[in-house]
Unconditional design. Structure first.
Length: 446
């Protein structure tokens, strides 16, 4: 390593000799790149030395010369600040005590401050500084949060997506610790969302668009999981967005999606947004949005109409199966068990591993009114109902608890042996439940 230093110094020997009598002034004193005279030679020498050591990952030697350039010629190089941050991060990772790590964090913050002082880009590098502080000091959440807002105030709609992500993460932590209010959390979400929406409108690079969309999804997820995102807080934030851009399809999709996630479909804003979205883009998702509007109003006819529109326009089988499954449950509640069975059966054709439609079919059978010609036949529907509950948990273990509860409830209504005796039915024998149910089952008694 000493030989390398000698070679580097030798390269500058002639220049040093020529300039040895020149006027000396550091770059930090007059704003020049390297300073003048002997000081410029000193700055250039140490700049070259630190770069050589840095390339060879000799960071302990590199930092010595780097500090000279950093202190005496702060405008010598932009990359110098990046290298300084990188080296201090490496020293931080290798340090063994909290006190030493804290000093390295302070050094990194100071490097950013000087970089901003001499090279500008205050908003962007304030954000970068906050990101590094967030990664290095878990106790500095409030400082990171304030720093991010400082950057956002400067950059406004040009705030980088990584900054919005970290701002929301720190906001969530502070909100859960009751260090910021619910209104703060709502405003953070609104501001971050508006910035991402603005950037998406003008972004043509597909990779960058996907990155922005992922950050948007993260921001929404953080907000919805915070507990601050209820209808009371969301609607005042989203209503101005709708009124300002009632024909913006991306804006409408975001509003509808957020209100749906927080069960705000009964709101006037949801209805207006869903209708506007459907007029612009009569897609499966837009039709589904309207179906949920009319569901909240218990308008079964319109609900069914828009569910069918969603089903007809949906290309993804799993999503279409979900629409059929939901429509089956809705139809059962509205009093049409045979139609509910039909929709649930369509859901199973598309997604046979989902146990929920079997639960719906079982409940539909169990809720048939005035079935059969006598009490015994009326009670046989509980056999096929329990069959469906058993089937549900056999294909989908996530339904086991619900299925077991339903089995416990409805098996107590099985026919008794005395009733079966008069109809020549024995336990364990095969039995055909007729009518529109039309299923073969096994006789069991209460």
């Amino acid at each position: 390593m000493e030989a390398q230093v000698k070679r580097i110094l030798t390269a500058f020997l002639v220049v040093v000799t020529i300039a040895s009598g020149a006027f000396a002034q550091k770059g930090v004193e007059d704003g020049s790149k390297y300073g003048h005279g002997e000081d410029s030679i000193r700055a250039l020498t140490h700049l070259s030395m630190y770069k050589q050591f840095y390339k060879q990952k000799g960071y302990n030697d590199a930092i010595k010369s780097w500090r000279v350039v950093y202190s005496e010629a702060p405008k010598a190089s932009r990359n110098m600040y990046l290298h300084g941050v990188n080296m201090y991060k490496i020293f931080y990772q290798k340090s063994k005590t909290p006190e030493v790590r804290e000093k390295y964090v302070d050094s990194i913050m100071e490097v950013y401050n000087q970089r901003i002082e001499y090279w500008g880009d205050e908003g962007y590098y304030t954000a970068r500084k906050a990101v590094d502080l967030y990664a290095l000091d878990s106790d500095a959440k409030k400082e990171v949060y304030d720093m991010m807002h400082e950057a956002m105030d400067i950059m406004t709609n040009q705030t980088p997506d990584f900054a919005l992500n970290v701002m929301m993460q720190t906001a969530l932590s502070l909100y859960l610790d009751e260090e910021i209010t619910k209104d703060n959390m709502v405003n953070n979400f609104a501001e971050a969302s508006d910035i991402i929406s603005f950037q998406l409108k003008s972004e043509t690079n597909q990779s960058k668009r996907e990155q922005l969309e992922q950050v948007q999804a993260n921001v929404e997820l953080i907000f919805t999981q915070s507990g601050a995102a209820d209808c009371e807080s969301l609607i005042p934030v989203l209503k101005p967005r709708f009124e300002e851009n009632p024909d913006d399809i991306e804006n409408l999709k975001n509003i509808v999606s957020l209100l749906r996630k927080r069960d705000c479909e009964a709101s006037e804003l949801y209805e207006k947004s869903a209708e506007a979205l459907y007029k612009i883009e009569p897609s499966a998702n837009a039709a589904y949005g309207l179906a949920r509007v009319f569901l909240k109003k218990e308008n079964w006819e319109k609900t069914t109409e828009y569910y069918k529109e969603a089903i007809n326009n949906e290309e993804d089988d799993i999503t279409k199966a979900r629409y059929y499954k939901e429509l089956a449950e809705i139809t059962l509640v509205s009093g049409s068990p045979s139609q509910a069975v039909g929709y649930a059966s369509e859901a199973l054709k598309l997604n046979p591993n989902d146990g929920d439609p079997y639960l719906t079919i079982g409940k539909a059978y169990a809720n048939v009114k005035n079935f059969g010609d006598n009490k015994f036949q009326a009670r046989t529907i509980y056999w096929v109902a329990v069959d469906m509950f058993q089937r549900a948990k056999s294909v989908d273990t996530s339904t086991t608890d619900n299925a077991n509860k339903l089995i416990s409830i409805y098996s107590q209504y099985f026919p008794d042996k005395e009733e079966a005796f008069f109809h020549d039915v024995t336990e364990g024998s095969s039995y055909k439940v007729g009518g529109w149910i039309n299923r073969t089952t096994t006789a069991r008694f209460n």
